[in-house]
Ligand binder design. Structure first.
Ligand code: URA
Length: 204
């Protein structure tokens, strides 16, 4: 549906958007998730970070990046000299997608249709916040932002202009770092991740 872009940096417009997203049925994921996990942070943040989708803990809390991946992200942001409270954090897909396994809920990757359906929300967030720099955490976020498949290894470290304005920079997802079993490789990849965040902040 075509409609006017939300007012730039307006808290009231952001609240209206968040309240509307709480009732989103643009794809089927709302049926099993606890709630929509909308973005959070200052509505005039110069830096936006985009993840994939809420995980188990985010789904329950209703806030992005509060689980294990969020804790790793917090540590990396601090090391990169970025105050989390100054950034706007959101996800490409705003409902948790999972497979039940006993009492546990195992994260499953959003597909292209779900990413496209949810693209409307991130577009509204971009138009409202108008960040200078948007960091895509992982391939799903990059795909949502750029509207095409993205190979992180190839496009990492580049600045890519966004249709909504500002530039996107691509790095890995913190969950990828959590899954690396070898300690030395994990440390190396983590350091690279911190460097990517630092490079993004240097563009502000
Ligand atoms: N992983 C994400 O991509 N986003 C979150 O909010 C939490 C974990």
């Amino acid at each position: 549906t075509a409609r006017a872009a939300p007012a730039r940096n307006s808290l009231a417009a952001w609240e209206a958007l968040r309240d509307e997203a709480a009732h989103c049925t643009r794809c089927h994921l709302y049926q099993h998730a606890t709630q929509t996990v909308f973005g959070e942070g200052p509505v005039d943040a110069p830096l936006m970070l985009v993840g994939e989708q809420p995980g188990d803990q985010e789904d329950l809390a209703g806030r992005p990046f509060v689980g294990p991946a969020g804790q790793l992200l917090d540590r990396a942001l601090a090391e990169a000299g970025i105050d989390r409270g100054t950034a706007y954090l959101t996800n490409a897909v705003k409902h948790f997608k999972f497979e039940p396994r006993g009492k546990r809920r195992i994260h499953s990757k959003p597909d292209a249709g779900e990413i496209t359906a949810c693209r409307w929300w991130i577009e509204q967030e971009l138009l409202l916040v108008r960040p200078q720099v948007v960091v895509a955490l992982g391939a799903t976020a990059a795909r949502s932002l750029l509207g095409r498949t993205v190979t992180i290894a190839r496009e990492r470290g580049h600045a890519i202009a966004l249709p909504e304005g500002g530039e996107a920079r691509i790095t890995v997802h913190p969950s990828f770092l959590l899954r690396i079993p070898e300690e030395d490789r994990k440390a190396k990849e983590y350091a690279r991740f911190v460097e990517d965040l630092r490079a993004a902040a240097a563009r502000l």
